[in-house]
Design a protein around this ligand. Structure first.
Ligand SMILES: Cc1ncc(COP(=O)(O)O)c(C=O)c1O
Length: 459
């Protein structure tokens, strides 16, 4: 495939060596696609097929992918929806369903925000399916980062970013301090951008709201500030800013004060080359953690193309690169969970699963309110809670001069039988515990906080 249109966008120069090199060769797909249309006898793809009656007792005369009779005991789904390979970029029906879902999640008011809606509909790629959000993080980072290059991330971040970016890809994370006086620390973000801009021709960052480990979601005002900062920086630095938006916890926002729309949308609306890449998935959003289905969607800029045909070609080129990543690493994603996702949307319908999910969200919201209201009662100058309004966690900072997080975690577990995740990274100025209140019953929260309080007194 030729990448004529990507080459005209700032994406191309920002690609890593792998990003430049990778593509999905036509090979098997070309020949099997042609064979489906042109051949009488098809011997192209490595999937065993047969008449069902030849391998299943009492089977039909249908030509089906061969399967083990026993699996039928565990699911009522049709074998065609489970057994064959899903396409490399994911089943097209589900990719399109998810694209519509992304548009719906923006919640644009057709009357007042029609221009934004039209831009969103037209200038995003059809999501490519990844093996969970983690795989999307790996792919998007590999697409842009060579070993030794830098990506900006908040100091309080999901620990797996470090595994993927530093240990696996060999790139470096430039941290900015997430909070200053309970608000996002934009000065620190700005100075991280300035530093990176001195040594790199592209600025890459990863943002995640609601955040793991803190539960932080920016206020609407803060979203505007982040967006203006990135826009201004892009103009002054004259370098593309690529923002990987990790939306793993997107729907779990519990306060009306904060933004309930992913920052992806506002970044996408900018004319400047602030380029957002949205990563979301069924993991937390549809509560199917083991399903391993994520989506990777690029926000494009209207200035990159002159005509609609060029836009379509550009999208195909991007899809091809991302499919190249899938093919080279995971080949394709879980078919069974893609089928379940499709059925949820098409057979049950969005309203129905949203109302089922609301029950879970309400549970989590009550726990969020309870744990915050209980923790705030602890009168201890050696602790502080980070701002939090969503997600599955909150973060309790501990005074590093008195309480080492790892020792405290051990103490809490041994003596008070409470399990949390201590995070102790002095170089990042982090010393505290992440509490996953998503997994603690509401009625147990006062007891949890009582024990934390006792453990603090007893430390
Ligand atoms: C911030 C963040 N991003 C991504 C993920 C991973 O999502 P997935 O399980 O879909 O790979 C997690 C899971 O813990 C997470 O906390």
């Amino acid at each position: 495939m030729k990448f004529n249109y990507i080459q005209k966008t700032p994406l191309y120069d920002s690609f890593s060596e792998i990003g430049k090199r990778i593509f999905l060769p036509e090979g098997i797909f070309h020949w099997s696609g042609r064979a489906k249309k042109e051949a009488e006898l098809i011997g192209t793809i490595g999937t065993a097929y047969g008449f069902e009656k030849d391998f299943i007792e009492g089977g039909s005369s249908d030509w089906l992918p061969c399967y083990l009779n026993e699996i039928a005991e565990y699911t009522s789904l049709n074998v065609k929806q489970i057994v064959p390979y899903a396409s490399i970029g994911g089943l097209i029906e589900i990719r399109e369903i998810w694209k519509d879902w992304i548009i719906r999640k923006a919640n644009y008011d057709k009357e007042k925000e029609n221009d934004s809606l039209l831009r969103l509909e037209k200038y995003i790629t059809t999501p490519v399916i990844t093996a969970g959000v983690t795989n999307g993080i790996y792919h998007s980072c590999s697409l842009f980062l060579n070993s030794g290059e830098i990506i900006i991330a908040p100091n309080k971040r999901w620990g797996n970013y470090d595994n993927i970016i530093e240990k696996f890809i060999g790139a470096k994370i430039k941290s900015f301090e997430f909070f200053k006086d309970q608000n996002i620390n934009l000065e620190s973000l700005e100075s991280a951008i300035n530093e990176v801009a001195k040594i790199q021709e592209k600025i890459i960052m990863i943002l995640n709201f609601p955040n793991n480990p803190t539960g932080y979601v920016p206020l609407k005002k803060e979203v505007n500030e982040i967006v203006s900062l990135l826009r201004e920086q892009q103009k002054t630095q004259e370098k593309p800013i690529l923002v990987i938006v990790d939306d793993a916890y997107e729907p779990y926002v519990y306060s009306d004060e904060v933004s309930n729309r992913s920052i992806f949308y506002d970044l996408h609306q900018l004319d400047e080359n602030v380029i957002p890449i949205k990563l979301d998935g069924i993991t937390k959003e549809l509560l199917m953690y083991g399903g391993r289905i994520g989506f990777m969607t690029f926000g494009l800029k209207s200035s990159w193309v002159k005509k609609d045909e060029e836009l379509e070609s550009l999208k195909s080129e991007i899809h091809n690169k991302l499919e190249g990543f899938n093919r080279a690493t995971i080949s394709n994603c879980n078919h069974f969970y893609q089928s379940i996702t499709q059925k949820l949307f098409k057979e049950k319908g969005i309203e129905q699963f949203l109302s089922s999910r609301k029950k879970v969200k309400d549970l989590l919201k009550k726990r969020y309110e309870k744990i915050n209201s209980e923790l705030i009662k602890i009168n201890n100058p050696d602790i502080s809670i980070d701002p939090n309004s969503g997600g599955f966690f909150l973060f309790l900072n501990l005074n590093p001069n008195k309480i080492r997080a790892n020792e405290f975690g051990d103490h809490l577990l041994r003596k008070f039988k409470v399990g949390i995740i201590p995070i102790e990274k002095p170089e990042e100025k982090i010393n505290g515990i992440r509490i996953a209140y998503c997994s603690i019953d509401l009625n147990d929260i006062p007891e949890l906080v009582r024990r934390i309080n006792l453990a603090l007194d007893d430390f």
